[in-house]
Design a protein around this ligand. Structure first.
Ligand code: PLP
Length: 439
């Protein structure tokens, strides 16, 4: 069989760093050549050798409408003929902001950016500017983009490097980050109320914000314990720190109003990305008017040539209209499909009974952990008990059977409105075969 992916990888290795533009797409994650994709349609991806895959990665969550949705194609085709980008004020910018403010009770004003990383950078600066405080409290294993201040303890580490749970050792995830950049970033164990209470007693009065992923989404899928996020919010109110909910993954995905809606939260600052753009780069910072006023000219600076890109805004509008139509039927559908798929994986794993498997998910997102535990509740559990190489083997074997999941156990899978019950059944069948084949 032709292997055009391999020859593209050989060419790519000569001119691109590791053959790709982000580590999760290349050999660091695939162990060798990744599959090069040529096009997508609905829930399917097609590679350069003409192989077809049911796509459960959906561009890391950026595609709630799947690939080449007719409304997306129609919108882009219409709008691109009128110009790609103006970097001026736009009618669609006001329209989309009105839709968002109408949808999200905790958001009075929005500011558009392009990526989750950029939005988070602006949010941290805003939190510091608004409070006049310097410290940022973040959690182990949580990722808020790749900026210097928060790129610590976001990647899995050997358990012996984590330190005492009361005082996690802070470890940057990259060379080239000056210590000053994360000097004021405090790292706390997640899903552990006492750990945060202790940290807040020590640092709460100097903390500009406590930032949390709503559902932990960069160590597989780890849901918050009941009441945990609300407890973070209460502690923030008590100490005068802003409660910053990073909904880059969960926003416009787990519910129309994201996890703020799902868990009844009132964050002071939120950031969104991924699904918001419906497939083009789009992100936003949102919050109460009083906090967002900090971004006014002369206070806290946030710039960007490509902010509020008109094509992306038109896609955001289409994504929202489509997902919200018929009483938010799109959200009900992706939730149903996600829960069904997770249930099927559990059923198949139980029937095979050859490997320790735990499936964790929330609505449309799920992840499969190869582990001897019954539950993975935080970063330390993940680092200690999850067999990441086994998951990679599982995902690569699934790829050979036409099922696409990213081979990194730290990532997760997602349903979209174009997945079907038949896709779930085909995926479950392939998984059953793979579980039998795996050593
Ligand atoms: C919770 C969270 N915040 C921020 C980001 C950064 O978003 P982006 O990749 O768009 O810069 C990510 C990306 O995965 C994320 O998962």
């Amino acid at each position: 069989m032709a292997n055009t992916s391999q020859s593209l990888f050989d060419r790519g290795m000569k001119v691109l760093v590791e053959g790709v533009s982000s580590a999760s797409r290349g050999p660091a994650t695939f162990g060798g050549a990744p599959r090069y994709m040529s096009h997508g349609q609905g829930a399917r991806l097609y590679d350069v050798d003409g192989r077809e895959y049911i796509d459960w990665m959906m561009a890391f969550g950026a595609l709630p409408l799947g690939h080449a949705h007719p409304k997306v194609v129609e919108t882009i085709t219409r709008e691109v003929a009128r110009g790609t980008h103006f970097a001026t004020a736009l009618e669609v910018e006001v329209e989309v902001a009105e839709m968002l403010v109408g949808l999200l009770p905790h958001v009075d004003k929005v500011r558009f950016a392009n990526t989750g990383t950029e939005a988070a950078m602006a949010a941290f600066r805003l939190a510091r500017g608004h409070t006049g405080r310097r410290k940022i409290i973040k959690f182990e294993g949580h990722y808020h983009g790749w900026s210097d201040a928060v790129l610590i303890n976001t990647n899995p580490l050997p358990p012996t490097m984590l330190g005492h749970p009361n005082d996690p050792i802070r470890i940057p995830d990259s060379s080239g980050i000056p210590e000053e950049a994360w000097k004021d970033t405090i790292v706390v164990r997640w899903n552990d109320i006492e750990a945060l209470e202790r940290a807040m007693a020590l640092h709460g009065r100097d903390a500009a914000c406590v930032v949390t992923e709503a559902v932990m989404s960069n160590m597989g899928v780890i849901p918050p314990k009941p009441g945990y996020l609300k407890h973070i919010q209460d502690l923030c109110r008590h100490y005068g720190a802003l409660f910053y909910l990073d909904e880059t993954v969960t926003g416009f995905r787990l519910a129309a109003g994201g996890c703020a809606e799902l868990y009844g939260l009132e964050p002071d600052i939120v950031t969104y990305g991924k699904a918001l753009g419906g497939g083009l780069p789009m992100a936003m910072i949102g919050g109460r008017a009083e906090v967002m006023a900090g971004l006014e000219w002369g206070k806290v600076l946030h710039f960007g040539t490509h902010n509020a890109g008109r094509l992306a805004l038109h896609l955001t509008k289409v994504m929202l209209e489509t997902m919200l139509a018929d009483d938010q039927a799109g959200y009900a559908k992706i939730k149903h499909l996600g829960l069904k798929m997770a249930g099927e994986v559990r059923r198949v794993a139980k029937a095979s009974n050859r490997h320790g498997i735990v499936v964790q998910g929330v609505n449309s997102m799920f992840q499969i952990f190869f582990t001897d535990q019954e539950e993975i509740t935080d970063f330390r559990d993940f680092c200690t008990h999850v067999d990441r190489m086994k998951f990679r083997d599982f995902a690569l074997r699934l790829m050979d059977k036409g099922i696409y999941m990213n081979p990194s156990a730290t990532l997760h899978s997602l349903s979209s409105v174009v997945h079907t019950e038949a896709d779930i059944a085909a995926t479950a069948r392939a998984m059953a075969e793979v579980l039998e084949e795996m050593p």
